[in-house]
Ligand binder design. Sequence first.
Ligand SMILES: CC(C)(COP(=O)(O)OP(=O)(O)OC[C@H]1O[C@@H](n2cnc3c(N)ncnc32)[C@H](O)[C@@H]1OP(=O)(O)O)[C@@H](O)C(=O)NCCC(=O)NCCS
Length: 168
Amino acid sequence: MITIQKATPEHADGIAKVCIDSYWATYGELLSSEYINRMIKEFYTRERIIKEVTTTSKGWNGWFVAVDDEEVVGAGAGGMISENHGELFVLYLDPERKGEGLGTKLLDAVTNELKEYGAKEQWVSVTKWNNKGIPFYEAKGFIYIHEQDEYGIIEGEDYQALRYHRVL
Ligand SMILES: CC(C)(COP(=O)(O)OP(=O)(O)OC[C@H]1O[C@@H](n2cnc3c(N)ncnc32)[C@H](O)[C@@H]1OP(=O)(O)O)[C@@H](O)C(=O)NCCC(=O)NCCS
């Protein structure tokens, strides 16, 4: 049975695995290995994720996980970026588990918590050309607003991120 729940430290390894696997599956042909490895090293270590599940706040609401028979098959997280604007910061599934509605369930869980924090509008950044993510957000009513430099790029990298927005 699949459950959507707030993550605890026991889920840290599963969150890291799902995010790393999905990162390569999603961006392997879009971004350089150097960039991908740098992001994985920054975000998807056990130590960082354990901190992120134990230390939550208005600006970081913590991780939600989709768990199937004790295995983490998806993970997402959000937080408030201003008084009434929330953001979905991250959402990844086991690449083998796309198209089953798990992304919808995780997005709903993150969004409901953002609403409890007062969110009336929601944002998400998606890497330009990410055709595994953009159609999902468009199906959920997000509208493209503008383009900006991708997070964490260094000299010689010119990746762009698209900012999408929806009213809650
Ligand atoms: C994006 C992601 C989380 C969506 O989760 P999912 O469980 O596959 O999506 P769902 O099954 O809940 O689909 C919900 C809707 O989005 C649509 N959709 C999702 N992915 C789609 C795609 N690649 N192309 C077209 N439509 C898509 C579905 O058709 C569905 O539409 P409907 O509600 O009208 O039936 C998942 O596919 C994923 O992990 N993608 C790769 C990682 C990624 O890009 N993450 C976002 C980074 S910002």
